[in-house]
Design a protein around this ligand. Structure first.
Ligand SMILES: Cc1cc2nc3c(=O)[nH]c(=O)nc-3n(C[C@H](O)[C@H](O)[C@H](O)COP(=O)(O)OP(=O)(O)OC[C@H]3O[C@@H](n4cnc5c(N)ncnc54)[C@H](O)[C@@H]3O)c2cc1C
Length: 496
């Protein structure tokens, strides 16, 4: 193993290059090929908290990275109209606090049965701060305060992020080559041997990372790995993205508003707001979708809509022979829970942990694929829950309510419905608090609650919940405005 070739310079390619450059400098030669003529998808602006782990690994300075990418903080996702007229937040971090054996939501379920519970968001520092457009970094030294529980991610301009990572990768010796790959050569044993660029330059390598986007130049077009189509559960197959002028106040939330044939995202950045419609082509045509999107912008439109097609699902194997697919080449789970960049990051880190000394070590390959499959399937289940749990009218939404669910998701729903219990299995991405918020937010309430709730009287439970609510409200009242915090911590240069 001497040479690694990364094919593609979108978010996936440069994230991998920055990580490998940092960790493998001096060990392997790393080259990245990208084609400006082909370009990148260029969307992908909302992230989830584990991105901070990736940032730490490449020793990225948070304020500098936020300045360079016009970034804002993100405390969660606000879901609007998935039940018509209703709104809830899936916030990062914990809800309330555990008491004796039980998690906070068990006491909330009891109080809710008696009509004595406040909105669930009031028990989350992240959700309450976000609703007030406020933000502050967690203060670990304030151990007893909810302020130590604030968990954040980022919303940023994806193309600026890729550019920034490119500069870091190049500092660590990654060589960038501009050019279009027109041919791929195989070795006798069926591995990939080299790629040929327009103009006939040939690049040989021992190990290939396919970050070529939806086309899957190596993993699919060359190795014919196959694709698991999940569109029976995730029926949206088109997206349209358009930026508009920034509006105030600057929200630390990504918003996902349900629309007739899908949903619309709104992602506030420092210099503009990103918007997009994710929809099912069986239920609306592209021109009508464009009209719907443009009719629902809250600032002046800044560019023409960018139209994208996709099939939700994943490659049958993310690692096949001497090739690993990352990013859109590996598959796509639509962006409802902002998970794609995370899936690039976690697979890249997984690859580092399982990095081969001989590219065809089958046990290593199988373990990598097993871990990826588990992670993708559980993320899929979490996204499917949002669709299935909708309470909207119309053909698209009725289909989602009636669809047969993956067995793993059905099991989770059944368990929740009995006594409000959720368990996080192995390295599942979404926490119990995430599942609980989506269940409650969608109005999917269990038949009962944990019987151990009865160890506390209703008066004690109301006092317990009341204290959490009051403490959180008091903390939020002293937090700075999100826009003000950004102005001091990481103001980006205005875009000329
Ligand atoms: C509608 C939509 C919304 C999204 N929103 C989010 C979000 O909010 N949060 C999130 O985490 N993720 C989101 N994503 C996903 C995110 O955008 C992608 O995961 C991310 O951009 C990775 O893309 P990529 O690098 O795999 O592919 P691309 O951006 O398509 O890059 C492919 C690269 O391969 C190169 N290439 C291809 N073919 C050749 C060739 N023949 N020769 C040379 N080079 C070649 C291209 O030049 C390019 O550099 C979203 C995706 C979509 C489609």
């Amino acid at each position: 193993m001497r040479k690694i070739l990364i094919v593609g310079g979108g978010t996936a390619g440069w994230m991998t290059a920055a990580l490998f450059g940092k960790l493998f400098q001096g060990l392997y030669d790393i080259e990245l090929v990208e084609s400006e003529a082909i370009g990148t998808v260029g969307v992908g602006e909302a992230t989830i908290p584990p991105i901070k782990k990736y940032n730490e690994l490449i020793q990225l300075d948070e304020a500098e990275f936020m300045r360079r990418t016009q970034a804002t903080f993100k405390l969660g996702i606000q879901f609007v109209d998935w039940t018509p007229g209703e709104t809830y937040i899936h916030a990062f971090g914990v809800i309330g606090q555990d008491w004796e054996w039980l998690r906070c939501h068990q006491y909330w379920l009891r109080a809710n049965q008696r009509g004595r519970a406040a909105d669930f968001a009031k028990y989350s520092i992240n959700a309450s701060a976000a609703l007030a457009n406020k933000f502050m970094h967690a203060r670990q030294e304030m151990k007893e305060s909810p302020i130590s529980h604030i968990i954040h991610a980022f919303q940023f301009d994806a193309s600026l992020y890729a550019k920034y990572l490119r500069s870091l990768a190049e500092q660590h010796g990654v060589v960038r080559t501009e050019g279009r790959i027109v041919d791929v050569q195989m070795a006798e044993n069926g591995d990939i041997a080299s790629v040929t660029l327009e103009g006939d330059r040939k690049i040989e390598a021992d190990f290939f990372i396919d970050c070529s986007g939806f086309r899957g130049l190596l993993i699919e077009q060359t190795l014919k790995t196959g694709y698991e189509d999940w569109s029976q559960w995730l029926p949206c197959d088109r997206a349209m993205a358009v930026p508009c002028a920034r509006t105030d106040p600057l929200s630390p939330l990504t918003r996902a508003t349900a629309r007739e044939p899908g949903w619309q995202w709104r992602i506030p950045l420092q210099h503009r707001t990103g918007n997009g419609l994710v929809y099912s082509s069986k239920h609306i045509d592209d021109d009508a979708a464009e009209k719907l999107l443009l009719a629902n912008l809250d600032g002046q439109q800044l560019a023409n809509p960018n139209r994208l097609r996709f099939t939700s699902g994943k490659r049958r194997k993310m690692w096949n022979r001497n090739c690993v697919a990352l990013g859109l080449a590996a598959g796509f789970l639509e962006p409802l829970e902002s998970t794609s960049i995370h899936l690039v990051q976690s697979a890249a880190i997984r690859l580092v942990r399982l990095f081969p000394d001989a590219a065809t070590d089958q046990a290593t390959i199988d373990e990598f694929n097993r871990q990826c499959n588990f992670e993708w399937e559980r993320v899929r289940d979490f996204i499917v829950l949002h669709y299935w749990g909708n309470k909207r009218d119309g053909g698209f939404w009725e289909y989602c309510r009636k669809m047969e669910l993956p067995e793993t998701l059905q099991r989770k729903i059944d368990l929740w419905r009995s006594n409000g219990r959720v368990f996080r299995e192995n390295e599942e991405l979404f926490t119990e608090d995430s599942w609980i918020q989506v269940f409650i937010g969608h109005g999917i309430l269990p038949r009962g609650h944990d019987p151990l709730v009865a160890i506390k009287s209703d008066v004690q439970i109301e006092q317990f919940l009341g204290n959490i609510e009051t403490t959180i409200a008091r903390c939020v009242s002293v937090l700075p405005e999100h826009a003000e915090y950004i102005r001091k911590y990481c103001p980006a240069d205005p875009i000329p």
